[in-house]
Design a protein around this ligand. Structure first.
Ligand SMILES: [Zn+2]
Length: 342
């Protein structure tokens, strides 16, 4: 009798685990398609105007600014830990081959600065290795500096930023303004919050890359001004005296914060700066290999819903602004976009 009882319980447990697995797989596969968002693609830089400032989006919020003299890299995330490594918080390391490939393919030969928006792995994982392959300075928080030190970057290539500070690199003037991180973890908290307290030697689990301090980055150039907001967070009225032509708007998990939050985020970031072009970033699945762009599962981050909201906010608050979806690896002439619908 006991044997048949245990057998029945075991069978039921197996069935439950199988059912949960099937549901998890189905939810993971339920993703909107980027094709469903019919915003125009931005115009790609042309040989006609070789001196135009371009920005090349390299997934998540990694952005390469280039004016043909000087390059500025926002973030550096080419090694892509797998979903399993992230979920189970397994130790991960830089992928040297991937970093070499990315730096070569996108011609990062004039890098002056590497500036992560904050110190989470999906922004700052490779900054040290990129600095070691260039003469670029790393700018950011004390935590960002510890990532660089862990990779053996010399101290004279590391700048810890305190308060709101500006730096000149060629014709680019870059300002880091202390900001905040989207409250997207349990109970409105910040995921992997806190600071990195010592040199971060790899391998480490992804949870070791603590947030460390978040920045709104303003990049001024004689051709125009761009603002990079990597995380979907805002401080009310903080940017009211900042004018920007272009905003790179971090939208990671914005749908989970609700429409009202998203609208305030738009107003205090896009409307406040009077931007004419808005590029969402951080909308892609960061567990995919470098270069493979897919939207996240709806259950994790529903960008289709977010995109619908952004269009409504644009129509309501900033009717003369254009929304563009950046294309991976294609240099966009950000200050010479034609006004277009939507
Ligand atoms: Zn983050």
């Amino acid at each position: 009798m006991w044997v048949s009882y245990i057998k029945r319980i075991a069978t039921a447990l197996v069935a439950i685990v199988a059912l949960i697995s099937v549901i998890a797989v189905l939810l993971w596969r339920d993703r909107p398609s980027l094709d469903a968002i019919d915003w125009p693609a931005p115009s790609i830089a042309s040989a006609m105007n070789p001196d135009a400032v371009t920005v090349t989006w390299l997934g998540v919020t990694t952005l390469l600014f280039d004016d043909s003299e000087t390059q500025i890299l926002i973030d550096g995330f080419f090694s892509r830990p797998t979903l399993t490594e992230i979920v189970f918080d397994l130790p991960v390391d830089n992928n040297a081959a991937q970093i070499n490939y990315a730096m070569n393919e996108f011609r990062m030969r004039r890098l002056a600065a590497i500036i992560p928006v904050h110190s989470h792995f999906d922004h700052a994982m490779d900054i040290g290795e990129i600095a070691n392959r260039s003469s670029a300075s790393i700018l950011g928080s004390e935590s960002t500096a510890e990532i660089a030190r862990g990779a053996g970057v010399p101290e004279d290539q590391i700048t810890v930023v305190e308060g709101s500070t500006s730096f000149q690199f060629g014709n680019f003037r870059v300002t880091l303004r202390p900001g905040s991180h989207a409250p997207i973890a349990w109970g409105g908290s910040v995921p992997f919050d806190g600071i990195i307290e010592e040199a971060l030697a790899l391998p480490q689990p992804v949870s070791a890359w603590r947030m460390g301090g978040s920045y709104t980055i303003i990049i001024e150039h004689p051709q125009g001004t761009a603002l990079v907001q990597g995380s979907a967070s805002y401080k009310k009225y903080d940017l009211r005296n900042v004018a920007a032509d272009v905003v790179f708007l971090g939208v990671g998990a914005l749908d989970s914060l609700g429409r009202d939050y998203a609208e305030l985020y738009w107003q205090h970031t896009v409307t406040a700066t009077g931007s004419h072009s808005v590029y969402p970033i951080h909308f892609d699945d960061l567990t995919k290999p470098f270069g493979e762009i897919a939207l996240s599962p709806r259950v994790v981050d529903n960008f289709e819903k977010t995109a619908g909201w952004l269009l409504q906010f644009r129509n309501r608050w900033d009717n003369d602004a254009s929304l563009f979806i950046p294309e991976f690896g294609k240099p966009i002439a950000i200050f010479s976009q034609p006004a277009s619908e939507p």
